[in-house]
Design a protein around this ligand. Sequence first.
Ligand code: GLP
Length: 257
Amino acid sequence: MEVIIQADYDAVSRVAADLVEELVRKKPDCVLGLATGGTPVGLYQELIRRHQEEKLSFSKVTSFNLDEYYGLTPDHPQSYHYFMNEELFDHINIPKKNRHVPDGMAKNVEKWCKSYENKIKRAGGIDLQVLGIGGDGHIAFNEPGSSLVSRTRMKTLTEETIRDNKRFFNKNETVPIHAITMGVGTIMDAKHCIMIATGEKKAKIVAAALEGPVTSQVTASVLQMHPKTTVIIDEAAAKKLKNHKYYRWCYDRKPTG
Ligand code: GLP
């Protein structure tokens, strides 16, 4: 696991965008795993800028999103479908047929989840998976206690997650309590994972995920067992890391080639 500590949110977004750009230029028909939440918005803005100003093309890219609230239609303003259209898809050129976001209205959820897994497999697997981290340590919506080999399925959200995500909903709206999410095992199959986190609020959980035990109680901790994960965080989110000096030392002396 490589840990990259940057000064602030904008720098984190730029470094994450560099990794996405490097892959897209090297492998134009790559498969991207995409995330929602507040954290990746800066990364998406940077990708949009590079698309518009620097001819970064996504015309052959395929994408799979991590999760979607169960019970929200794609046109619901708080759905992850809507978020992805607003924050990324409407501004870059990933072909519509290549974009995949879990169906929050799926009737036969088990069957639908299996078909999502098959689609990922048929696309050749995820080359680069973007991840955030929830306040309770979740990746995607893999809440504490999720099997570390789980596949795409329905999950019940924790009270903490519901509370955290309330900020995106109007006062009179209720946050859905269920979601369809890629499993921890699905995420672990990605060839490269990048996890981004910023702000002091995330410092404690980032330390637990990176330097604590690997446990289903903090599903992000399983990334310690992933063969290629890059964690990009700002100073504030790095505050509680015991080895922060070493991570900086390594990054400054990164071997080239
Ligand atoms: C949601 C998403 C996660 C995301 C998390 C953190 O729960 N399902 O994929 O990582 O929010 O969100 P934020 O980046 O807003 O802190």
